[in-house]
Design a protein around this ligand. Sequence first.
Ligand SMILES: [Zn+2]
Length: 292
Amino acid sequence: MKRVIGLFLILLTSINAKNCPLPSQLSSIHSIEVTDINRYSDLKRNRYNLSSLCIKEVLLKEHIYNWRFLLVWNENTPKGAFWYLPHDNENSAFDSAIYSANKYGGGFLSVLANGSRYFKNQDPNRNFGVDRKTTRVCRGQKYKAPLYSNTIFKIIDYFKTPNMPYLALHSNANGHRDSGGGGGVSMLHCSNSTKCFKANDILRGNKRGLKDEDSLIYLASKKGVDYNKVKRFNNLGLNIKYELINPNRNDCSMSNFVVLNKNSTKYINIETQDGDSKTQKLMIDRVLRVYR
Ligand SMILES: [Zn+2]
C-alpha cells in the first residue's frame, strides 16, 4: 500500500506545476497559479521535465490586448540564462527552453496565444516600443506598448545573471518559406542590414543539424559588425545573422529594443527549423559555454 501511495505522489508531482511564490522584487506583476498543466499543450508535452521548475501565468492588460505568458524558472537556481519566446506556435523552441531552464538555471517567459504566432493580429515580437514615435516607425506595431515592453524586461532583468546576454528562442519553417507572416529565416538570404557569417558550408533540406540553412544565431548592434564576436561563435560551429540596427529602420522586435532602448549589444536569438529541438539544444550548450 505504501508503495502505491508513493507512486501516486510521484505521478502527482510530475503532473502538477510547483506552486512557488513570485520573487518579491516582481510583486508588482500580476500573476496567477498554474494549477492544471493539462490546460497548456506546451507544458503537457513536457510534463516529465517540470519537477524542478516553478511555473506561473503572468497577465498584462494594455490597450486592446489581454496578454498572457507562461513564466518558468528553476526553483533551485532562479538566476541564470533567461529566454524570451514570443511565438506560441514554435513548439520546439519551448521544448528547448525547458531543457535550458533545467540545465542552466534561470528560465524563460513565453507568450500564450492559443498556439498561434500572432495575438489579436499583433506579432508579439513586433510590440517592443514605448512611445508613439517608435510606433510610427514600426509598421508591425499597432499601439505603443510601454507596459508590455517594460514588464517583459523587468522580468528578464530579474532572472538573468548580469553576465548573460538578452536571449530569445525561435523555430522557423524549412528554407526561406514564410512561416506565417514573420518571414522565413535562412542563412541563404542575407542583406546589407542583415549580414550572414557562415561557420561552414550551408546545407538545404530537412533538419541537417548545425549546417542546416535554418540553424543560426542572430546578433545585433548599431555600431557595425563586431568581428571578434563573429569569429568566436563561428569557431563554435554556429552560423550567424548579424542585424545592423538603425532607429529609422526600427521594427519593434526584441533585438531592436535591446540595442536601441537598453543600449546593449548583448543580444542572442537561437533559431532552428521547426521540430529540430535537438540541434537547438546543442546550440544552447555552445552559446552558454561562452557566458558561464
Ligand atoms: Zn519566432
